[in-house]
Design a binder for this molecule. Structure first.
Ligand code: ASP
Ligand code: MG
Length: 419
């Protein structure tokens, strides 16, 4: 069995859905589970619906939702003939559910409503694609992943409950006599049948969970790029394709901000030693990148930028050392607020933290820290991580930067500079 994941960009037009169909046709003889994201920018569109609704702007929310609806209806119209009526019926059921909700007044928190509304993007896209494949005589079963993937109720960043989900996912896929199963990435449900989402770009993670549970031979993530590059080609002209990578390497890249793959994707694969292929849906004949457990020598420098960083300078108020106690109190605060510094530099009486700029959390952290330390916050910074660095690349990338802080191990150099 193989798992495929198609992201939003791979299904953002009639042509691209047809292209997906032709890729699936060429794998038709194998058992496949296909995890699909919402089409194009649908998730962003639905986020706006959720915000308008929560602010009490019902008319605006309904209008924004109608735009999302119409986009999907138009796509279905272009793709379907025999399957059209059945598809529209299913879409209408999903639409009605959202519209009912939009007619209410919000009484619960934003994250709850966000998930009830935003989860529908994946339901729409998979519904249309499943019917399109049937139209093309590619038999498949469509599954509502919310019946299988149980999560906690930490809305917008829900945690997956493997024990409950694993037997259900196995049964639903294995008991199907046909080859192809289509389902949604990014979403799940609680034991109260409330919809949840796993965090933006979470479809990769869903695909990895399915691969793990189903003991898949491999997971292929289909993207609009050739494979994994050693830097973002938009900011670094000499970016090159890396054909083979190790799980460790990719988890570090993703963690420090590389956009290639959702950071949570690697663990479920690594734990079962399932290779991950990153391939280009625009040209499936290209080899792409394989990510697996093998140690790989002679990697080029790998460059990852993480923007919107904050540097928090902490200094003791009375010139006392930062000993065990203030240190452990500080880590306690990280746990309470749920923040995780990307980099920490300690000194005798001062300490510096580099963090993602989540406005609210930074404010809260600064407030709590100010009970123990003098606090200064610097914003609009970039964290540049270079793995497998050499003098040439350091010179090229860092010599013209205004550097605020730098840390170096044998493998990695991390630099905080102005954006
Ligand atoms: N549709 C969701 C998003 O745009 C999930 C995903 O694409 O992986 O974040
Ligand atoms: Mg996506």
């Amino acid at each position: 069995m193989k798992i495929f994941k198609f992201g939003g960009a791979s299904v953002n037009s009639v042509e691209r859905i047809k292209n997906l169909g032709s890729i699936i046709k060429s794998y038709n003889k194998e058992k496949l589970v296909i995890i699909i994201s919402a089409m194009g920018k649908t998730t962003n569109g639905l986020e706006k619906v959720a915000s308008a609704f929560f602010k009490g702007n019902r008319e605006e929310a309904l209008e924004l939702f109608t735009a999302v609806k119409n986009q999907h209806l138009t796509t279905a119209k272009y793709l379907l003939v025999l399957q059209y009526n059945e598809c529209i019926q299913q879409l209408n059921d999903f639409f009605t559910e959202v519209e009912w909700l939009l007619h209410d007044k919000p009484v619960r928190n934003f994250d709850y409503y966000y998930d009830q509304i935003v989860c529908t993007g994946e339901l729409f896209s998979t519904c249309i694609i499943s019917h399109y494949l049937k139209e093309e005589k590619i038999n498949n079963q469509w599954l509502d992943v919310r019946d299988l993937l149980r999560t906690d109720n930490n809305f917008r960043d829900a945690g997956v409950q493997f024990e409950f989900s694993a037997p259900r996912i196995s049964a639903a896929v294995n008991e199907y006599a046909g080859n192809i199963t289509i389902t949604q990435g990014f979403i799940g449900a609680t034991d109260d049948n409330e919809s949840t989402t796993l965090g933006r770009e979470g479809s990769d993670y869903t695909a990895a969970i399915f691969a793990n549970i189903l003991n898949a031979a491999e997971l292929t993530i289909w993207k609009d790029v050739e494979g994994v590059m050693n830097a973002d080609p938009k900011t670094y002209q000499e970016a090159q394709l890396i054909k083979e990578l190790n799980f460790n390497e990719v988890i570090e890249m993703a963690y420090y901000g590389a956009q290639v793959i959702h950071p949570k994707t690697i663990k479920p694969l690594q734990n079962k030693n399932i290779p991950l292929l990153v391939k280009c849906f625009l040209d499936p004949s290209l080899e792409g990148t394989i990510i697996h457990h093998k140690h790989i020598k002679n990697l080029p420098p790998i460059i990852v930028n993480k923007d919107h960083q904050v540097l928090m300078h902490l200094k003791t108020k009375d010139f006392s050392f930062i000993g065990e106690e203030p240190m452990s109190a500080l880590y306690q605060i990280f746990g309470e607020i749920k923040v995780k510094p990307n980099l920490i530099q300690t000194g005798a009486i001062s300490l510096q933290l580099c963090l993602d700029d989540h406005n609210e959390k930074i404010g809260l952290l600064a407030e709590k820290c100010s009970e123990m330390f003098d606090v200064q916050v610097e914003k609009s910074l970039r964290l540049i991580t270079i793995r497998h660095y050499d003098e040439k690349i350091i010179q090229e990338l860092l010599s013209s930067q205004f550097i605020l802080l730098q840390q170096k191990t044998r493998e990695t150099i991390q630099t905080i500079c102005r954006m």
